[in-house]
Design a protein around this ligand. Sequence first.
Ligand code: NDP
Length: 630
Amino acid sequence: MVNMIGGDNKRALDKTPHYQGDDKMSTHAAKEAFDPVALRQRYDEERVKRLRPDGNQQYQEMKGDFSYFLEDPYVEEPIVREPLEDEVEVAIIGGGLGGLLAGARLREAGIEDIRMIEKGADFGGTWYWNRYPGAACDIEAYTYLPLLEELNFMPPRKYCDAPEILDHSRRIAEHYRLYDNACLQTEVKEMIWDEGTRRWTIHTDRNDKIKARFVLMVNGPLNRPKLPGIKGISNFKGHTFHTSRWDYNYTGGNARGGLTGLKGKRVGIIGTGATAVQCVAFVGKSAEQLYVFQRTPSGVDPRNDHDTDMEWAASLEPGWQKQRQKDFTAILTGRGGRRGEIDQLDQFDDAWVEMGKIYRRRMREAGKDVPKEEVAKVYELANFEKMENIRNRVDDIVKDKDVAEALKPYYAFMCKRPCLDDRYLPTFNRDNVELVDTKGLGVDAITETGVIVDGKEYEVDCLIFATGFEVGTDYTRRSGYNLIGVDGLSLEEKWSKGMISYYGIHSHDFPNCFLIGNGQASFTANYPDGLDEGAKHIAYLVKYFEENNITRVDTTEEAETAWSAEVVGTKARGPQGGSGCTPGYYNLEGQHDPRARHNQPYGGMMGANKYFEKLEEFREGNKMPGLVVS
Ligand code: NDP
């Protein structure tokens, strides 16, 4: 195998000039150009300003009068079919990258009788729904796009956009024959376990009653969009939609722009998270007037996209992608920043690893014998420096000083999803684009004709909600369906005080049912990496059960209690280095809800590779401790 982490290859991908934050470029003076005490205080003030007692309750669920927001605008041919009453060996719920990976790994394990069940009209999951203009992935494609080696595919550019990821999803589905026997445009409503037949019955919105020996739930963590519970939200008489259901019939164009329908229109966008950062430039270019309503600014780093170096690509040897994913996850989870692991960092060159590079440089400067208690301080200073780079970039790009100031994020790196984008900030230099900064308080009210902030009404023809997804709410609310296990036990009820599971995969009294997600499992910003590890693990288990005529598998109460305690007990260290974070979905809106510790990934945001090692240990010698099989 080629040495991915060093040698001549290490810079081959990066032909663009380095951004300022690269450790080779940043000046020595830059690191002292801030006042840590003042920043600490400012971060705290910004956090306190935003804390609200209603936490997640501030949001409006898309149900009842709001359920039209969930309708699928992308269906070209609505499927008409009779309800199914049949049986499959394995049902996979969710056809996003996680479901596709599960299907792929099961096929590789020789499992043939698979049915994918997906509410969208095609595979792709988050990339099926999120087709807003500018939608793209800001993790490099070589790491993010799954199964590149298996499919013998090399992305043409460092980053891929939503249409390319959707194409890749279809490529996976075709390669592994996952369209065969699939139920698309089908939403699961309930799953009920029958002890007599040792089967699940899956009930859907098409009145299907599908029996399955094994079910895999791969719902996705950002599956149900949400609205802000702003006063008067239902009064608005203009056109409105959520970014994950972009209405191209109204705006014209597609995910790559050309929104001709917005000509002459006044548009408002509520929200400035990673989604808004990507679509604002396109709306700003086409609308007559755009108001961007901001509560908390995003941190926006350079993207510096470029063509793939095909010579480099040709030089790669088998196993390169898994190794690259592993290294990337190691860096994001804090391991790659250690001294002596220089090569691991150097193969990447983007904003995700800049933090690690700054930290490494500062540790080097602190000297070999830096006392243990000083390390956290070094980390915090590195984090300040990283965020200063982001704030300085706003000044470099945005001409109006007040607007630039309002666009600067004052919180630690990774408190919110980092964004890599070169179009968003320059959009605020346009005459037809106005940033309406709500100074951390959010929009006051919505009227029939517009949006009110600080007593002023901004009249709009179209109001776009870039307000994110249900995270941390009850299981049924965020997944859309419930499970009824042994003796009528409801999963929603069981988890009402927080998740309880074994490895985040099994839950006692829900036999033959496996979960792939991040709760009590792994989290890495390169999300498909965790999905693939889960998929491989479950494919291994299912194959083993099939080969050994095992028809029922459950975990024990003891095993899941111990695992959940381990998850709750692990220090949920965030990469922000201990500073308090502004509220958001990463931290359950800043609430001290005890469920949050149960629902967190193993090791918080820093435990992914360790978790993967634990899965490997679990499989060793087929001992599978903590599972009861018959
Ligand atoms: P987010 O939850 O990140 O953002 C929601 C936005 O709505 C925030 O700016 C929030 O402000 C704002 N908001 C909520 N309520 C109000 C209110 N009452 N008034 C004003 N503003 C309000 O959702 P996104 O869809 O932007 O992103 C979700 C996730 O999707 C990302 O975190 C990322 O994981 C993923 N994503 C990934 C991409 C990729 O490249 N791979 C690209 C795009 C998204 P506040 O911050 O104050 O709460």
